[in-house]
Design a protein around this ligand. Structure first.
Ligand code: NAP
Length: 279
């Protein structure tokens, strides 16, 4: 199959590596010529260009640009495509993207691989990034069944675990498990940095070990991605932050009032709940 990738960064470049290894012919388009060259050298694409017309030959196109560029990129892209081309995207937020694109391109299905690293750009591309990771597809009632089947098959062959949801449910769910953690983790780092005693701050920085590494990881990631999550999933994120503030206030109260029983119950309940989210 001829598969197009628009935006050759971490996600687009990684997708290209896997698709080529499965025998697909991969056409890549990116903003910079240097990225196009690097993608060819790394084996992410068979052909690449900064000119979108290259994708006219593709049967399926994955849009892998930063979230804010997905809609304007699609508007430009479809001027080069026959109406049979199936288009999907990998953006971390789905409702505004699916809502804007559905009236423009019938053969579109929203998607979101729940996979990533702290790095970005084509140099961060890696094989098997999507293996055993969740991959959500968000078709609408109007999405052609053939478009769903084609994208579903490609996603399954990446070794990803496929889920379907509405764009709205997707955005609420990722707000809890992806976007809220970025904000909490960022606040954690900021709170630590507010220590005014330089000796204590330095000591804390030296003593930070695996616990801090785990809890600060997503707050120390790509700022552009965090900003886009907040801008494009604003309402769901605000709801999650309000609930989180409530939980934090409750914990603070337990400690202020030395209500150790309530605190213990809370910690026991979260210990029991965690495996329902992650192994
Ligand atoms: P990235 O590594 O920064 O890659 C994005 C690439 O898009 C850049 O390398 C850039 O290539 C290219 N690009 C920028 N503007 C462009 C334009 N106007 N036309 C064509 N290409 C353009 O970002 P990423 O992490 O792969 O994220 C890409 C998408 O995946 C985002 O929508 C994000 O929400 C989604 N996503 C990310 C993760 C994650 O954890 N990183 C996980 C799941 C989904 P040049 O080098 O040519 O400028």
């Amino acid at each position: 199959m001829n598969i197009g990738i628009l935006g050759l960064g971490l996600i687009g470049g990684s997708l290209g590596l896997d698709l080529r290894s499965q025998g697909h012919y991969v056409l890549g388009v990116s903003r910079r010529e240097s990225t196009c060259q690097q993608a060819r050298a790394l084996g992410s694409v068979d052909e690449s260009s900064i000119d979108m017309s290259l994708l006219a030959k593709a049967e399926v196109v994955f849009i892998c640009t930063p979230i804010g560029l997905i809609i304007p990129t699609l508007e430009q892209l479809i001027t080069h495509l026959p109406s049979t081309t199936v288009v999907t995207d990998v953006g971390s937020v789905k409702t505004p993207i699916v809502k804007a694109i559905a009236p423009l391109w019938n053969n579109f299905i929203g998607g979101h691989p729940m996979a990533g690293t702290a790095d970005s750009g084509i140099e961060a591309a890696m094989r098997n990034l999507f293996e055993k990771k969740p991959y959500v597809l968000t078709p609408l009632a109007t999405t052609p069944p053939d478009a769903i089947t084609i994208v579903e098959k490609i996603v399954r062959n990446l070794g990803a675990t496929l889920y379907y949801s509405s764009p709205e449910d997707h955005d609420k769910a990722v707000s809890w498990i992806s976007h809220l953690p970025v904000m909490i983790s960022s606040s954690l780092i900021a709170a630590c940095m507010s220590e005014t005693d330089a000796n204590v701050l330095q000591l804390a920085q030296k003593l930070a070990s695996s616990g801090f590494r785990d809890t600060s990881r997503v707050g120390g990631g790509n700022p552009e991605l965090g900003l886009m999550m907040a801008q494009y999933n604003r309402q769901a994120l605000l709801n999650s932050l309000q609930q989180y503030r409530h939980n934090l206030d409750e914990l603070t109260r337990f400690i202020e009032q030395e209500d150790w029983e309530a605190l213990e119950q809370q910690l026991q309940s979260t210990q029991k709940a965690r495996p329902k989210f992650v192994d």
